[in-house]
Design a protein around this ligand. Structure first.
Ligand code: FAD
Length: 544
């Protein structure tokens, strides 16, 4: 079933998941995973959106009147139900069950930055907590309507009313856009100038610029760490104490980087209203290659060398052996890749796939890929040609569709993200995989991949698949995630990379960064949000 619009995760989203895959798209990984897990019992079908029954709105008529002076206000049961959760695995489970609590008391949608300021003032006057929300694609509970505490109510500020592209400056290659602009709208506006942002997280079709900045998102094909941080040169943040104007400062240098303090603040300081972003020339050509290494360890050595010698192309993803095996089933395994794997298997090596992709002006990507392939020669990988990389780039939402199908089939599926230096990465991976296997028991499949390779280190994503255990899905998920986070801390990894901290990891932040750092974040918050109304319980747990 499809519910368009407000707070549903975007236009056309399935209300409890990502949406339907394009006609005819069959992901061969589904059967493979179900075979490995022994076909777990299927859960009952998802509740219909018309069955959602959130608790009654507590919003006073006077408060509604005050909000209406600045924004649209939606207190409908459906609107409030759809804004309860984000897009993480536990969110999808709760949505399927028909849960609609805790629900916001209203969804408020301002259309201007002044409207946001007015909305925040009205929320302060009526003792309302505020959760800023873009497209609701958060994977860490960042946009959940939770954290009301002792306040009189909670409203979601839906930023999708802020959707103007304010300026495109082809001379300085900058665009200034409002925060609710989704990826495709931004790209369409700059395309006519021959430019591109070159930042496309997996949720690109739906997620908003404000969401990217608020979470510090990373794009897998943007080169280096892929972070939106490299692209933001200025922004406007509407906070409860007024507008923080961090004007376009391309070279920095005016004291500490205040823009950097807002990036990754996850709605806890205020509502990002406008962002100025660096653009690049729109690429005219693409090239890619798949390389099959004997082992993940070999691939990791090669990837590190590429990153440290400046040879890593815009996108590079190294899959471990189990992920490689699964990947070969994705979207119809290519005969060449199968053949190569068989050859390796004959030598007793399972094979680990490195996907490389690049884009740029004509000729450049091809040369860069050739140089990267040549630099991997010492590990003697088998070249698989450009087909694996082409398939990888062609269907960015592949994993989101697969997740929906797996949940339909009774599978718990979640990805834990971390990052670490090259020195810690091998042990970090082993520890997280072991923690997840230990927490989920048998049968379970745990796969991993390394991406965002920089000279210092790289990101690590570990995905687990296990029977969901109908009725106990959330407890099982929580146990697995806690085990993985403890393993990450134990090995000196980061407790988050691109997706942010949200409510899921908030209580881990103080442990990861120390009490002084957590205190600094609290001090910053109390300056901009003295009554603590902005996204309570996210990023830094209350009382942590
Ligand atoms: C299928 C899928 C693939 C994904 N792939 C990636 C990926 O490749 N890389 C990546 O980094 N993430 C990825 N994500 C996670 C998610 O899409 C990103 O975190 C994204 O940046 C969130 O944008 P959003 O507009 O949906 O924000 P929301 O989910 O609505 O909000 C996320 C957080 O930002 C805050 N926020 C949102 N807008 C504002 C604003 N204007 N002002 C202040 N705070 C705000 C919210 O309060 C919340 O804390 C993926 C998610 C899905 C479902």
């Amino acid at each position: 079933m499809s519910v368009a619009g407000l707070a549903s995760g975007g236009i056309g989203a399935r209300w409890w998941g990502w949406g339907d895959a394009p006609d005819g798209h069959v992901d061969g990984r589904l059967d493979e995973i179900l075979n490995l897990l022994g076909a777990p019992p299927r859960p009952p079908p998802a509740a219909g959106a018309d069955q959602l029954a959130p608790p009654a709105s507590r919003l006073l008529e006077t408060a509604r009147g005050a909000l209406l002076r600045h924004a649209e206000v939606d207190v409908s049961a459906l609107g409030r139900s759809l804004a309860c959760f984000g897009s993480a695995y536990p969110d999808l489970v709760r949505r399927r069950r028909g849960e609609a609590s805790p629900a916001p008391d209203a969804i408020v949608r301002p259309h201007t930055a002044d409207g946001v300021i007015g909305t925040l003032r009205a929320c302060a006057d009526y003792d309302l907590a505020v959760v800023p929300r873009g497209a609701g694609t958060s994977l860490v509970g960042g946009a959940d309507a939770s954290g009301i505490g002792q306040r009189s109510g909670l409203v979601v500020i839906d930023t999708t009313g802020l959707r103007r592209v304010l300026d495109v400056d082809p001379i300085s290659r900058r665009a200034t856009v409002e925060a609710g602009v989704p990826g495709p709208v931004l790209e369409a506006a700059v395309r006519e100038h021959g430019l591109s942002l070159g930042h496309a997280p997996g949720s690109f079709e739906r997620s908003t610029v404000g969401g990217w900045v608020a979470t510090g998102s990373a794009s897998a094909d943007a080169g280096g760490d892929g972070s939106i941080r490299q692209l933001v040169t200025g922004l406007r943040l509407a906070s409860p104490v007024g507008m923080l104007e961090l004007h376009d400062a391309p070279l920095g240098g005016e004291g500490p980087d205040l823009t950097g303090l807002v990036i990754g603040s996850e709605g806890t300081l205020g509502v990002i209203c406008e962002v100025t972003l660096r653009l690049r020339r729109r690429p005219g050509a693409q090239a890619g290659c798949g390389l099959l290494f004997r082992s993940f360890a070999d691939g990791l050595v090669a990837l590190r060398r590429l990153a440290q010698d400046g040879l890593v192309p815009l996108a590079a993803r190294l899959c471990d052996e189990d992920e490689t095996r699964l990947w070969m089933h994705a979207a119809g395994a290519e005969d060449a890749a199968r053949g190569a794997r068989t050859r390796l298997a004959g030598r007793g090596a399972p094979g680990a796939l490195l996907l490389l992709a690049d884009a740029g002006s004509a000729g450049t990507p091809g040369r860069r890929i050739e140089a990267a392939v040549a630099a991997c020669a010492a590990e003697a990988p088998i070249e698989l040609g450009d087909e694996p990389a082409r398939r990888w780039v062609a269907l960015p939402a592949r994993d989101a569709w697969l997740r929906d199908a797996l949940i339909d089939a009774g599978v718990l599926v979640d990805t834990v993200e971390t990052a670490g230096s090259w020195k810690v990465l091998p042990a970090l991976r082993e520890a997280v995989v072991a923690a997840l296997v230990g927490a989920l028991g048998n049968p379970a499949l745990v796969t991993s991949r390394v991406a965002h390779a920089t000279p210092d280190g790289a990101s690590l994503a570990v995905t687990c698949f296990a029977p969901a255990a109908e009725g106990a899905e959330l407890e099982r998920w929580r146990a697995a995630r806690s085990a993985a986070l403890a393993a990450i801390l134990g090995q000196g990894g980061q407790i988050a990379h691109a997706n942010g901290i949200g409510s899921h990891s908030a209580r881990w932040l103080a442990r990861a960064r120390g009490r002084t750092a957590a205190g600094l974040l609290r001090a910053l918050k109390s300056e901009l949000d003295p009554v603590g109304m902005m996204n309570p319980g996210k990023l830094v747990a209350e009382g942590a």
